[in-house]
Each structure stands twice: as C-alpha cells, then as structure tokens.
Design a protein around this ligand. Structure first.
Ligand SMILES: Nc1nc2c(ncn2[C@@H]2O[C@H](COP(=O)(O)OP(=O)(O)OP(=O)(O)O)[C@@H](O)[C@H]2O)c(=O)[nH]1
Ligand SMILES: [Mg+2]
Ligand SMILES: [Zn+2]
Length: 313
C-alpha cells in the first residue's frame, strides 16, 4: 500500500513538473515522428527534425506526441515533457504492460485484407479502443484485387455499416478505392493499424512513392505477414494531412478504461442497454436484458455480442 501511494505521489510530481515545462516559453516544442529504441525523431515547430534522447520517468512517448525539448550540455537534445494529449491509443502487451500506439490522432484505420483474412475479434478490439478514446474509426479492406466478387466482402458492410462505421475497400495493386482512401486522409492525423501483411506500408508508399518504406511478401506457408515494419513513423502527405504507419500486430488487446463499462466500446450494445432492467446490467444472463433480447431478434449481430462477451472475460 505504502509503495503504491509513493508511486502515485511520484507520478503527480512528474506530471506537475511536465505541466510547468509545457507552459513555459523557454523550451522548443515539436511533434514525435518516430520512436525506435531509446531514440526519437522530433519535428520541431520551427521546421527541422532532430534526434532526441528522452528524460527518464516520462513514460510512453509515441508518434503524434507533442513534446517540449531542451539542449543538453554536449549539444544533444532531450525531450523534457509530453504536452497534454487529445487522445492516446493504448494496448496491453504480452507482458501485461500498457503500450502506447499513437497520440493526438483524429482517425484510426483498422486495416484488414483479403489475405490474410479479416479477424472480426481483432476489428472489434480496435473499434472498442477508438470508441473509448473518441477517435473516428474507419474500416479499410485492402487487396480487393484478389476477390472475384466484391459485393460486401466478408459481410463487413452488413454488420458495420449499419453501426455507422465507414468501410473503404482498396487495392494498392489495381488502384481501386485509392482515391477515396486519399481523400479521407486530408486535413487529419490518421493511423494505419492491423495485423502484419495486410498492406499498411504499401498503402503508405502508394501515397509517398519517394519515401524509403519497406514492404515484404506474406509467407506462402501460413499467409501471415513477416512483421516488416519495426517502428511507427508519421509522414506528412503532399495532399494535406498526416499518416502514421505502424508495425503489424499479432493481436490488439485494448487498454480499457475501467471507469466505463465495456459496452461503451460497442455502439449498439450501449444503445440497447438503456432499456435493460438493471442499470448495471452486464448483459450476461440478467433478467429483462434488452441486449440479450436484441441479439435473439437479430438486431445485434451475434458475432459482435460474442466478441463483447469474449472481451468481458
Ligand atoms: N494483391 C495485393 N497485394 C498487396 C496489396 N497491398 C499490399 N500487398 C502485398 O502485401 C504484402 C505485405 O505488404 P506490406 O505493405 O509490407 O504489409 P504491412 O501491413 O505493412 O506489414 P507489416 O509491416 O509487417 O505490418 C506485400 O507483398 C505487398 O506487395 C494489394 O492491394 N493487393
Ligand atoms: Mg509495414
Ligand atoms: Zn442487459
């Protein structure tokens, strides 16, 4: 208990110090455009990009973070503080540690592809994160050149369009849907996320042919990507807007804000839950549960409800 109190106190002290730095005019400000190992690349508001070290105790720093910088004694640069964030996408890694994915974003593209095939549980995990952080989410299905029939592939439109999510189908190969994709990026800070091999870097490279961006074939044995992109990178687009390409994930275990019920990450469950008998209904097996009723009558897609239950566990 004593240990926890101390660490809380330390935390507030660090936050107060950071707040002081971010309010002061003494330090230059910039945006993190990449982070690899202990080094981050910061684009200063005054123009140039500089490599920076990070002051200890700052916690996770990610692409999109706005930071305050100081010059060190040996003419290097160091991040002193992270400026207040509009939002922060976070996941829990395999070691139960909270990992930041990107900060201050306006749009999350959950990237799926024809091969590897879409994983709807992963999609719902991303959508939950976006709902919790109040970030607009868009579902992108890439590699549609591999499909014979492009009429509602994988039944995505049937489930997700009616919930109000935009679905964009693209092919980097044939160019289909790419103009729509580009127009959605204008004036926004967008993130491309999803499993390895769906084509996140290919989409980025299509927009920025001059950039050195690594792309690699998926494995012929298991049709999985090869985790080609190792670190996130924020790019400025010539047509306006910024785009963050991220490394492919195996899974995305979202960091859930315990203050809010999980149903807040599922639009239709949240909507129906207002008619449940109990205000704290978890929609498991409570009597007069409007959510369970809506699943039974097909108003809520069974896969969405299954994924909700899976996450609740
Ligand atoms: N047929 C087809 N293949 C594509 C398309 N887009 C990308 N690919 C291929 O998919 C493979 C993986 O592409 P990447 O862009 O490296 O995938 P990624 O999502 O960035 O993968 P990670 O960096 O590992 O997360 C490459 O062989 C690409 O050429 C497409 O629209 N159609
Ligand atoms: Mg990549
Ligand atoms: Zn209920």
């Amino acid at each position: 208990m004593a240990k926890r109190r101390l660490s809380q106190r330390q935390k507030s002290r660090i936050q107060a110090a950071q707040h002081e730095v971010s309010e002061s005019d003494e330090h230059e400000h910039g945006t993190v455009v990449s982070h690899q190992g202990g080094q981050i690349l910061v684009e200063l508001n005054s123009g140039p990009s500089i490599g920076c070290k990070i002051k200890s105790n700052l916690g996770n720093i990610v692409c999109g973070d706005r930071v305050a910088i100081e010059t060190t004694a040996n003419q290097g640069y160091r991040v002193l503080a992270i400026l207040p964030r509009d939002n922060l996408l976070q996941r829990i890694d395999g070691f139960a540690q909270v990992r930041a994915v990107a900060a201050n974003i306006s749009q999350l593209f959950v990237c799926l592809s024809v091969s590897p095939e879409p994983n709807l549980f992963l999609l719902d995990q991303y959508l939950l994160s976006a709902e919790q952080q109040q970030v607009e989410a868009c579902i992108l299905l890439n590699k549609i050149d591999l499909l014979d029939d492009i009429n509602d592939p994988f039944g995505l439109a049937q489930i997700y369009q009616s919930l109000g999510y935009r679905i964009v189908c693209t092919s980097v190969k044939s160019g289909l849907g790419m103009d729509q994709f580009r127009s959605l990026l204008q004036g926004r800070i967008s993130v491309l996320s999803g499993v390895s091999g769906v084509g996140k870097s290919s989409l980025t490279k299509w927009l920025l042919p001059e950039e050195k961006i690594k792309i690699a074939k998926i494995s012929e044995i298991n049709e999985e990507g090869r985790h080609t992109t190792r670190a996130s990178h924020l790019y400025h687009l010539p047509t306006g807007g910024d785009l963050i390409d991220t490394p492919g994930v195996r899974g995305f275990n979202p960091f859930v804000d315990n203050e809010r019920p999980l149903a807040h990450g599922f639009r239709e469950i949240l909507e129906h839950s207002t008619s449940c008998k109990f205000h704290n209904c978890q929609h498991l097996n409570e009597p007069k549960c409007a959510v369970i009723e809506a699943v039974a009558t097909g108003k809520i897609a069974a896969s969405r409800f299954q994924n909700y239950l899976k996450m609740l566990n």
